[in-house]
Design a protein around this ligand. Sequence first.
Ligand SMILES: Cc1cc2nc3c(=O)[nH]c(=O)nc-3n(C[C@H](O)[C@H](O)[C@H](O)COP(=O)(O)OP(=O)(O)OC[C@H]3O[C@@H](n4cnc5c(N)ncnc54)[C@H](O)[C@@H]3O)c2cc1C
Length: 475
Amino acid sequence: MGSGMRPQRGAAPKEFGAGAPSRRPSHLYGMEGLTKIDDLGQPRVVIVGGGFGGLALAQALAGAPVQVVLIDKHNYYTFQPLLYQVATAGLAPDAIVAPFRKTLGRQPNFYFRLAEVQSIDATAQVVETSIGLLRYDYLVLATGATANYFGDAEMQRHAIALKSVGDALELRNTVLANFEQALQMGDMEKINSLLDFVIVGGGPTGVEMAGALSELRAHVFPKDYRELDFKEMDIHVVQSGPVLLKGMSAEASAQALQDLRDLGVQVWLDARVKSYDGYTATLNTGQRLVTRTLIWAAGVTGAPVAGLAPACLLPGNRYQVDDYNRVAGYDNVFAIGDIAAMKNLAYPEGHPQVAQPAIQQGNLLGNNLMRLLKGQPMKPFVYADKGTMATIGRNRAVADIRLFGREYHLRGFIAWLAWCFVHVMALVNFRSRIAVAFTWAWNYWSQDKGLRYIIGRVRAAPAVDAGATADKAIV
Ligand SMILES: Cc1cc2nc3c(=O)[nH]c(=O)nc-3n(C[C@H](O)[C@H](O)[C@H](O)COP(=O)(O)OP(=O)(O)OC[C@H]3O[C@@H](n4cnc5c(N)ncnc54)[C@H](O)[C@@H]3O)c2cc1C
């Protein structure tokens, strides 16, 4: 904020700025349109999104002389790196989520509203939400990213992406329901369509998902479904580039490929899924893979909010921000985490869309907002890259760790232990850490994954597979 300017508080909202899609007339900016939140007479920081970045920021502002209002469309924070374990019956959903009111409720300056932010009027300093309008002095966009289907509507309709607990539970239900249904099938192709899985994307999510499914195939499902032949269960990973885990070291990529192949996963490198109708995935090589379950882990796009000038939104739907996370062209609007692209020499495309930049930006922005209020200059963001890791399954993982200026490449059991430790410690509260550590210890010892429940939504069979009802023979 150039001159350390402090936005005017309580300025009468005028009208939505250019580009805002809302047609709400300006008279609705009166009291009756406002969300009912006490005015503490302090500058109000509105944070949109309570993921890694938003949560870190809200925590960094504990005790600050500001009113913190967090708005999220869920009433809980999600630890996304472990979603795949919920999807594969390894962890219960409540082990990886934490309610905002419990996590932050003791901060006297903290307010939460369960709502979706629909647009921003930067001129009036107001956000329009699904529950009303909300005035801000400082606005922080921490809305993260969503699955990118690159405009393929059919893929979007039929594939399952893993972005929320709801997605993870739907995937778990669908996998289990597939096996239940396969028991009643006679046609071999139909059985294969239910038992086979195609994972699009060979990044950490794709690799971890494939590893977890292969563990279910080796140790768990044969006990549950003795009548099925698990030699028929194929797991495919389709990766558009020449290596898995792009962005990690060559050693890590090669090891992950070796591990997946050892586990019997079929990896298709330099291949793309050209089309998927809910039953057949066709690769650009011409190969056809029949599956009712295609898991989309092939990239993300930002989840921006309408209303800011189109020029500040870069390809990939990320807000262009300066070294202080200020959105280009705005003094008191900031963006952090996956939704922000801070381009510099070290990161010409912006920082990687992973948890650490979001957390570090949230922490620094909390500090910078306090500096602003004291009339001090803000500090620029410098990313401390601690490295990357991915697990492929029991006793198998790869880790590129940066410590004291040196890089270490770990693999196998030691990398797996490091992965477990880092993920348990990164969970947001003590209860989750104990729950996850205990469940993992139990799963490891018993070689089992006990959460094989079908509760809630199952992905409906696509129309193309409408004839795939159970065989009617009398048994
Ligand atoms: C399956 C999966 C596995 C991953 N594995 C790893 C990993 O192993 N290591 C790693 O470092 N990173 C991993 N990531 C990436 C990491 O989770 C993200 O980089 C990180 O969550 C980004 O944090 P964020 O705060 O920017 O956004 P998020 O954590 O995505 O939070 C965004 C929040 O904004 C809310 N929101 C969005 N739009 C609105 C709106 N309009 N109104 C109200 N609320 C809104 C959402 O509900 C959400 O709570 C993984 C991601 C996924 C999906």
